[in-house]
Each structure stands twice: as structure tokens, then as C-alpha cells.
Design a protein. Structure first.
Length: 600
């Protein structure tokens, strides 16, 4: 919930994010439309409720005064969609927030069971357009879909309470129902990424397929934090980046955290048969300055007032003392095997799990702990890294170490499954094939799919093709990238058994990891990982041996070739930690990431 232009984890302003700045773009776009006599519709496309400490604070006092709904009402939103993370606080919290919403709340392919549903699959918005001196009605149908995997990712909140349906089949149904009700236009709020062109049942990302459907006129996309139209590395057939079209339909995907406003322009004409679209385009407007010498888009005073009380209380709560750390905990070098922050979270998970396993038949099995970085740059930008300095630790630092409201889970895996788990994680690396200054990490990969398994040691060899692609499918290369997988110095055998502490998202198959979901789960009491990390730092949990274990993995196979790590500029103060890689800083790229040449 990035309402403010503020980074609560670092306790500092951030001029590149926030609804307080996006609101200024919204008001400017409205003014342009008003001057040209055009109508305006305003939508949000999901994941608006969760993602910052302000969102966590607001979730603790749900109801009609939720600051996000107040802001949306003041800005004149016509409808909002639900995203998968909007369910992360549980159904009671979500329902308490949105049941009083002053605008339609939409979600077409997730149906509430056993009680009244506070969201709807679609809505019809009515406008009157002036044509030839008279006002003519215009009916706009709006529907929404989200990843069907939401029910699995949030199973601890949703099991037995919702039914989920395929996104494309839901879209077809909604389009037909809206057209039957006389809608002249149909707009899809698709909390979904671009995805593949070829349909597959229950796909997570379906926007390209959605754009190919007859009857949909415009699409607002999301979920993957990408930008569209923008520089897409591999444009597919039917994609026009200049006009923001996919299969002739205008599409916008405005990133994340309020960094951009998506603007779709439709020019309509009316004849005897009804309304026709004669011109269309999609574009993005950024809160960042258009030129290096220009300032950012200013914050909207009314939105700042809406956020003021929550902002103040969030900062006060975030400053609650927790404990101390004698070393900096950051995520700048996670992909190099240097992640003290991950190690601490892994140790906290293990410390919380050991008492549960005590005196059970699983107590004697080796205990591992799986953690992936919550903040790793990527599409969120160069400031999106965990950075907890040495010294006093506050509640905001706990959230910086583990952003999401996940719960602790545990599974039993074999050595063979463990290896595949690590092979899937290693898919984030690019194939290092000798090209000069090749990026170490695949730009299409997401860092929260990079699980580091603490309690074993192994090497990752990016000079070999991966065993799994980013979608979790086997590539045919069974050699893979994992070398010398050992437990306490002894090679792991395929039939060896391990207990692995893991978060609920991964245990339920999140990130296209099939291995944890296929493994026997261990019944645990409900434990928030954030609370576990807090208790570990405060001393309420005993220190765990994993905290002092050797580094889990190292990189190998470069054979004298260098690779380039793109990380946050804040990494510059920790370069001594990369000494083994003979780091050579190469300056900032055009997005502000620090490029460092590594010699593994």
C-alpha cells in the first residue's frame, strides 16, 4: 500500500513512489480531458492494500475509514479490482475494509462460499456523451480477474471459503454477460501479467490471451510489476509498443508502488449501429522527472492530508525497539552467496521450528531452512533492497528483512527433491557463455524465486543451462547447475530425508516450485514469520546453529570469465564483503542500479 512518497523500511522520503504523487498525475490527466470535452474513468488494478508498513497498520483497524478507500473516493475512482495480495491479511480483514467501499470492488474468478460476497465479478458504468448537440448514453462494462493460484498461495486464509475459476473462461463469461446487458465498451481489469500467447488452463499470466478475445476493448494489466508499454525484451506478434496495443487492444501495465499512471485513450464515434472506436492508444506517465534537471511530480496536498494520521502512527510503530545486530543485514549481494539477512531469517525459522519437532519422529532428521530475498531490486528499482545497519534494530527493520505477511510451514523432502528445489532456484542466473560483461541474473527472473537452503552447502554453476526454466518446466538438461550438494561435508544421497522450514507461499507451490507442494507437510501452530524474526532478534527465541553455519552456496564454473551484478547503489559501502570476487564498480545504469564486474 504505497500511498505516501516514503520508504518506511529505511525511514526516509522516496520521491519516486506513492499515490500522493500519482494523484497529481491523475488530476493533470483529468484536467486535460476536461479541456478537450472527454469523459474519464479511473480504476485501480489490485494489490493496493498490502506491501508497506502503512498497509500493515491500516489492516489492524479495518473499516469504512481505511485511508486507501478514503483516498480513492476523493480521487473519484469508478471501480477497483482485487489482487492476490489483497487476500494476504485474511478474508475477515478484506471484507471489513471493502464492504463499505463507495465504488464497485471487482473480482470475477474468485467466488466467496457460504456467505454474502462483498465483491462482484463486473459492473456497468453509465455515462452520457454529447453527440451533435444532444446527449447520448454510453454503457461501459468493467470486469476483473486475478491469478487462480491465489487460492493456493493464500490457502491458509482461503481453504474451504472460496472457489476459483480459470481467468480466460471467466473473461469470456463476463464479456458475454456485459454485452448482453447492452454495454458499448468492455474494459478488463486484469491483475495478471503478459504471459504466453497460447492458452493453458488456470494460467497465472494471461493478458496476451485476453487481448485476443473478441469483445474486450481495453485492458489494465498488473501483478508482475512490469511496465507496458515499455521496452519489452522480446515483443510478441501483435504487440505495438509505440501505441501500447496488443492484438489491436490498448493495454497499460503501470508498474508498482505508484511509480506510474497508465492512460488509455479511446476516441469514439456513433452511427446508426451504435458506438465505434476510431482511435486508441495506451501510454504511461511517470512520477519520476522526465529530465535529469527537473524535479519529481509534486505530492498532492489533499492526498497528503488523507495519509497524515496513518503516516505518523506507522512511523511511530515502526520505531519500536526490538534488539541489536552486530553486523549489517542487507540483500545487495544475495545472488553471490553473501546474504547475512537471509541467514538471520533462516535461523529464526529454524529456532521456531525446533521446539515443535522435539520428541517427535522427525526430531532426528536434519533441519534445513529455506529463505528467498524479499527485496532484491528488479522491477521495483535500485532502492528496493534490504539494508539493516549494524546497531539497534527496530520493528521497521524486521519488516525490511521479511516484507510479506507469510506464515511458517515445514515439509519433509528427499535428497532428490532437495536437489530439484535448488535447481529451480538456480534458474534465476543467466547462462554465462563467455560474452563480455554479461549480466549474472536473468532480467526476466524475480528474486523472490531464489530460495537459499540453509543447513546444506552447494555450488551453483551458471555456465551450464538450467534444469528448469523460470516457469518451473524441465528444459531437458538434466545435468543442471547444482554441484557438490553436501550436508555437514557428506554428499547428499537421493533417498536421504530432510525437514525444511519454509514460508506458506512456497509450501503451496508459489513461484512455480512444484517440489515443496508435492512433499509431506508437517502440522504446525500458526506462526507469522515476521513475528518469528522479531522474537529471534529480541532474544525470545534461542539462537540457532544455522546462524553460524558456513555459507550455503558459492558460484563456480566461470573459468576466468567475468559477470556483472546489478545491485543497489547502497551496496557501495559494503564492497569489502565482495573481496573474493575482485569487484570492479562500473557506475550506474540508466535505471540507477550499480553495476559491479565480478570475477568468481
Amino acid at each position: 500500500m504505497n500511498m505516501t512518497s516514503f520508504d518506511y523500511y529505511a525511514d526516509r522520503p522516496d520521491q519516486a513512489i506513492g499515490l500522493t504523487r500519482t494523484a497529481s498525475l491523475i488530476r493533470a490527466a483529468r484536467q486535460e480531458a476536461r479541456q478537450s470535452g472527454a469523459e474519464v474513468l479511473l480504476f485501480d488494478n489490485g494489490d493496493a492494500l498490502q506491501g508497506t508498513l502503512l498497509g500493515d497498520w491500516a489492516a489492524d483497524q479495518p473499516g469504512p475509514q481505511h485511508p486507501l478507500l478514503s483516498a480513492f473516493e476523493k480521487l473519484g475512482y469508478d471501480a477497483i479490482a482485487l489482487g492476490n495480495h489483497d487476500f494476504s491479511f485474511g478474508l475477515p480483514v478484506l471484507e471489513a475494509i471493502v464492504e463499505h467501499a463507495p465504488f464497485p470492488v471487482l473480482c470475477g474468478n474468485l467466488r466467496r462460499m457460504g456467505r454474502a460476497q462483498v465483491w462482484r465479478p463486473w459492473t456497468v458504468l453509465k455515462r452520457r456523451m454529447r453527440v451533435g448537440g444532444e446527449e447520448v448514453p454510453l454503457r461501459v462494462g468493467v470486469f476483473s480477474i486475478l491469478p487462480p493460484q491465489t487460492a493456493r498461495w493464500e490457502a491458509h486464509h482461503l481453504d474451504g471459503q472460496v472457489e476459483v475459476a480459470d481467468s480466460i473462461s471467466t473473461a469470456r463469461t463476463c464479456i458475454a454477460e456485459l454485452r448482453d446487458r447492452g454495454c458499448d465498451l468492455v474494459i478488463a481489469l486484469a491483475h495478471s501479467g503478459l504471459g504466453d500467447a497460447e492458452p493453458a488452463p488456470m494460467s497465472e499470466n494471461v493478458v496476451i490471451q485476453l487481448a485476443a478475445l473478441e469483445g474486450v476493448d481495453a485492458i489494465v494489466a498488473g501483478h508482475t510489476h512490469m511496465l507496458f508499454p515499455a521496452d519489452i525484451p522480446d515483443p510478441v506478434a501483435g504487440m505495438d509498443l509505440q501505441k501500447g496495443l496488443i492484438h489491436g487492444k490498448p493495454v497499460v501495465m503501470p508498474g508498482t508502488a505508484g511509480t506510474h499512471l497508465g492512460v488509455i485513450d479511446l476516441t469514439l464515434e456513433r452511427d446508426a449501429a451504435g458506438w465505434n472506436i476510431v482511435a486508441k492508444s495506451g501510454q504511461l506517465r511517470s512520477v519520476r522527472p522526465a529530465h535529469p534537471d527537473a524535479g519529481p511530480v509534486p505530492e498532492d496536498p489533499e492526498m497528503m492530508q488523507v495519509c497524515r494520521a496513518g503516516h505518523t502512527r506507522t512511523r511511530r510503530r515502526a520505531a519500536s525497539p526490538v534488539g541489536r545486530t552486530e553486523q549489517a543485514l542487507h540483500s545487495y549481494f544475495t545472488f553471490c552467496g553473501l546474504g547475512r539477512g537471509l541467514t538471520l531469517v533462516a535461523a529464526a525459522q529454524a529456532a521456531a521450528l525446533r521446539p515443535v519437532l522435539k520428541d517427535s519422529e522427525l526430531e532426528d532428521l536434519p533441519l534445513l531452512s529455506s529463505v528467498a530475498p524479499s527485496k532484491f531490486g528488479g522491477r521495483a528499482g535500485p532502492r528496493h533492497f534490504t539494508d539493516v545497519p549494524r546497531g539497534d534494530v527496530f520493528l521497521r527493520h524486521v519488516s525490511d528483512l521479511h516484507v510479506f505477511p507469510n506464515e511458517l510451514r515445514a515439509v519433509v523432502v528427499s535428497g532428490a527433491q532437495l536437489r530439484n528445489w535448488l535447481e529451480m532456484s538456480a534458474a534465476v542466473y543467466r547462462h554465462i557463455d563467455g560474452a563480455r560483461d554479461a549480466d549474472l541474473i536473468d532480467p526476466q527472473a524475480t528474486g523472490h524465486n531464489f530460495d537459499v537452503l540453509h543447513g546444506v552447502t552447494y555450488e551453483i554453476d551458471p555456465s551450464c543451462p538450467p534444469r528448469f526454466n523460470l516457469g518451473g518446466h524441465r528444459t531437458g538438461n538434466e545435468t543442471g547447475r547444482i554441484r557438490n550438494l553436501c550436508h555437514h561435508g557428506t554428499p547428499v544421497t537421493p533417498d536421504q530425508a530432510f525437514v525444511v522450514a519454509v514460508n506458506n507461499y512456497r509450501a503451496n507451490g508459489g513461484g512455480n516450485f512444484p517440489i515443496p507442494r508435492q512433499s509431506p507437510a508437517i502440522q504446525l501452530p500458526r506462526m507469522s514469520i515476521g513475528a518469528v524474526v522479531r522474537d529471534y532478534l529480541s532474544g525470545a527465541l534461542e539462537r540457532d546453529p544455522l546462524e553460524g553455519a558456513p555459507a550455503s552456496f558459492s558460484l563456480t564454473g566461470f573459468h576466468g570469465r567475468a559477470a556483472v551484478l546489478r545491485t543497489g547503489p547502497g551496496a557501495a559501502k559494503y564492497l569489502d564483503e565482495l573481496a573474493a570476487f575482485k569487484p570492479e564498480p562500473l557506475g550506474l545504469d540508466d535505471r540507477g542500479f550499480l553495476r559491479i564486474r565480478l570475477w568468481p
